[in-house]
Ligand binder design. Structure first.
Ligand code: NCD
Ligand code: ZN
Ligand code: ZN
Ligand code: ZN
Length: 395
């Protein structure tokens, strides 16, 4: 063994056990009661989780380096206990071709954590096939962004996926954009968007992941269609439309009743993902939509466990096992011999206070400024390498 993680509580074979983990060559080799090793991390009083996978991250870079780049974004991930990020394609230039993927593969060369890519879909049916083997899934935007896809186009895309038997998951930013144009971003735009996608997914037998669902009504519809999975974000679970001053985020923050509805229906949710969408403070004041979240997701959710709003086993499903299964990351999402040694060690006793100035994201602010709680990651381990220890990034 290269080293062991000893004395911790380990989530193994769907339950908590007190066990030691042996790591060699970037892999988990053994999990057993007592490991005989000279080099070890003492995880006494801590919990060892399969590495956190954030399924919705905007790493930006290229023409938006001023907001975030691959370096700062992945350092932020490591700081937040996140071992794998799935990068969104709405970049400048967008990730809608094989060339664009190749360019991002260059950027990925010296990142701290694992980065996987979504391929964007926008007037590029031929590129869908050429990108396929280099991405973990596709992304479609129904809202009015440069990558906006109309309803007739959506039908063609789903038909194309069915005809070509493409089995990679499509993540969709749902929105009935015509409705939104008329009435603004109300809940009904999201609900109608989900209904539209749900029908298409049934008709063509296509599996879809619905991004950042912000309405309990939306979760209900999704739970009735086995082809659909969904994500919610921490900001939709913790922030309401009133307690935040900035021109917020997309979909917008909702009211207290909807938030309660999200928590109540969390059993039907597959993934919690940050939708880490950094913008500079100046851009926020000009109305840019999106919040940074890579470094706050885990502390907020660990505190929710301490407050008994969430079970630890559910947390692992939401932030690691399910995203791994849904996006086909076959050696991740579980602590198991032969799996990639991506691990997140957490301490439920550790108190924290969130401060923008302590974060590694380039944007340097957070909507959770000043929030306090209990429960924080103490180690981020990627391919067996310890990237973060007690909140400090190591080389
Ligand atoms: C995201 C961004 O800034 O890229 N903004 C947001 O408000 N969530 C785009 C998106 O996820 O829809
Ligand atoms: Zn979105
Ligand atoms: Zn997003
Ligand atoms: Zn690996």
């Amino acid at each position: 063994m290269d080293y062991g993680i000893v004395n911790g509580k380990v989530y193994y074979q769907d339950r908590w056990v007190r066990a030691d983990i042996g790591i060699k060559d970037g892999e988990i080799r053994v999990i057993k009661k007592k490991l005989d090793v000279d080099v070890y991390i003492d995880a006494y009083n801590k919990c060892v989780l399969p590495g956190v996978i954030d399924a919705h991250v905007h790493l930006r870079d290229m023409n938006q380096k001023h907001k975030e780049d691959f370096k700062t974004g992945t350092l932020a991930a490591a700081h937040g206990g996140v071992t794998t990020v799935l990068d969104m394609p709405n970049t400048e230039p967008p990730t809608t071709s094989l060339d664009a993927i190749n360019q991002k593969e260059e950027l990925r060369r010296d990142t701290a954590v694992h980065v996987e890519f979504f391929g964007g879909i926008k007037n590029n049916l031929p590129e869908i096939m050429s990108m396929k083997d280099k991405i973990i899934g596709y992304k479609i935007y129904m809202d009015s962004t440069p990558l906006h896809v109309s309803k007739p186009e959506l039908r063609e895309i789903f038909e194309f996926f069915a005809k070509n038997k493409i089995n990679k998951r499509i993540s969709v930013h749902v929105d009935d954009s015509e409705l939104t144009k008329r009435i603004g971003k109300q809940k009904i735009s999201e609900i109608r968007g989900i209904e539209f996608i749900s029908n298409l997914s049934r008709q063509f037998g296509i599996k879809v992941n619905i991004c950042h669902v912000s309405t309990p009504e939306g979760i209900k519809i999704i739970s009735q269609n086995p082809n659909l999975t969904c994500e919610v974000t921490p900001h939709h679970l913790f922030l309401n439309e009133e307690n935040f001053g900035f021109a917020d985020t997309n979909p917008p923050l909702r009211n207290q009743r909807d938030i309660a509805g999200l928590w109540k229906n969390l059993d039907q949710v597959d993934i919690i993902a940050s939708d880490h969408a950094p913008h500079t403070m100046e851009e926020k004041h000009e109305g840019a939509e999106g919040f940074p979240g890579l470094e706050t997701t885990l502390p907020l959710l660990l505190n929710a466990i301490v407050c008994r709003r969430l079970l630890p086993s559910r947390l692992i499903a939401l932030i690691s096992r399910n995203p791994a299964r849904i996006f086909g990351l076959t050696d991740k999402g579980e602590i198991k011999p032969g799996y990639c040694a991506n691990l997140t060690i957490v301490d439920f006793h550790k108190k924290y206070k969130i401060r923008g100035e302590d974060l590694y994201t380039k944007c340097g602010w957070t909507p959770f400024e000043g929030w306090e709680g209990k429960g924080a990651p103490t180690h981020t381990i990627v391919d067996g390498r310890i990237l973060m220890k007690d909140g400090v990034l190591l080389d």
